[in-house]
Design a protein around this ligand. Structure first.
Ligand code: PCA
Length: 326
């Protein structure tokens, strides 16, 4: 073998060596719309660490928090179209694609964590199937806290909310505004602090965590703890990206996802009271809703449940029946 050929062959094998190392390492992007210190984001970062450790660095997941890579409403489409291999969405944001996605955003259907878990379990097969048909696999879902009303002035009934500028984050929260005569403006959490600072909104429904994350207490001083519903975030992966993994890596992802789901539900519940305490310390008044406000909101919930059943049809009815059984 002449020298030239030897050098060429050495170069080739070196190139192949490098090539196979590169192939063996996979990198995923995982955009989320919520800030780094939020427990959803912390849970996802832990999930990414667990995956990296369990695969010996074969699969690295880069978490992009705070809507820095894609805005909240764009993340699902990004995962579907492989612009991002994975991503976190607020499921109820996609009500317009299918009513099943909106189920956990229907007021007063599931208001405790126990009920939310049950609703999740009975709706999971249908949700997973719909997302699979869109090229998406669900890795795990984690709840927000029960939703209450942030409002500048004190209120005794929904009549006090008439005409108020109301931030909506989903079709359902916009529908509530319509039913109570408030003026809805669609704003995602990443833009919420600015919307309050500029006076675009004076009221909204959400969790203690979002009130805290967005420093709502600097602009709004009342939180009515209506405990109206418990929406969930879903962490998704593009099916093709998942299927391209070797069996051991797939198993590592599945295991880390199951751990993240269990951890997320636990932390969500633990943090619920903690966030209310933090809000109180920063000057927020946490109110138990008056009987009238509670009854008014439940009436809104009743209308929305009936509307949901109308659009969700027999499949939706079967899920609600299973939920209400025993
Ligand atoms: N926080 C998110 C969605 C639900 C919640 O508790 C938000 O307000 O945008």
């Amino acid at each position: 073998m002449n020298r030239k050929l030897r050098v060429a062959l050495a170069g080739l094998s070196l190139g192949m060596g490098l090539g196979s190392t590169t192939l063996a390492q996979t990198k995923w992007d995982l955009p989320t719309a919520y800030p780094p210190a939020n427990y959803h984001t912390e849970n996802i970062v832990q999930f990414a660490k667990d995956v990296e450790a369990a695969t010996g660095g074969k699969l690295k997941i880069a978490v992009h928090a705070n809507a820095s890579l894609f805005k909240a409403p764009e993340i699902k489409r990004a995962v579907q179209s492989s612009q991002a291999q994975a991503g976190e969405i607020l499921l109820a944001n996609f009500a317009n694609e299918n009513p099943i996605y909106a189920l956990d955003g229907v007021p007063f259907l599931a208001t405790t964590y126990g009920e939310a878990k049950k609703l999740y379990e009975v709706s999971k097969p249908a949700t997973d199937k719909l997302l699979a048909a869109q090229g998406i696999k669900v890795l795990f879902m984690v709840p927000w806290a029960p939703q209450g009303i942030y409002v500048k002035k004190e209120i005794a009934s929904v009549a006090d909310l008439r005409g108020i500028k109301w931030r909506a984050y989903s079709p359902a929260t916009a529908k509530i505004a319509e039913l109570i005569g408030a003026q809805p403006v669609q704003i995602q959490q990443a833009e919420l602090a600015q919307a309050m600072a500029t006076g675009v909104i004076e009221s909204y429904m959400s969790s203690g965590s979002t009130g805290y994350d967005t420093k709502t207490y600097e602009h709004i001083k009342n939180f009515y703890d209506t405990q109206a519903w418990i929406p969930k975030n879903a962490v998704l992966v593009n099916i093709k990206a998942f299927e391209a993994l070797d069996p051991a890596t797939k198993a590592a992802v599945t295991k880390a996802a199951a751990d993240a789901e269990a951890r997320g539900w636990k932390v969500a519940q633990e943090k619920n009271d903690e966030y209310k305490r933090l809000l109180t310390e920063r000057g927020m008044k946490i109110h138990k809703p008056s009987a009238k406000l509670d009854a008014d909101m439940r009436q809104v919930g009743g209308i929305m449940q009936a509307d949901w059943l109308k659009v969700a049809g027999a499949d939706g009815q079967a899920i609600v029946d299973a939920y209400k059984k025993n």
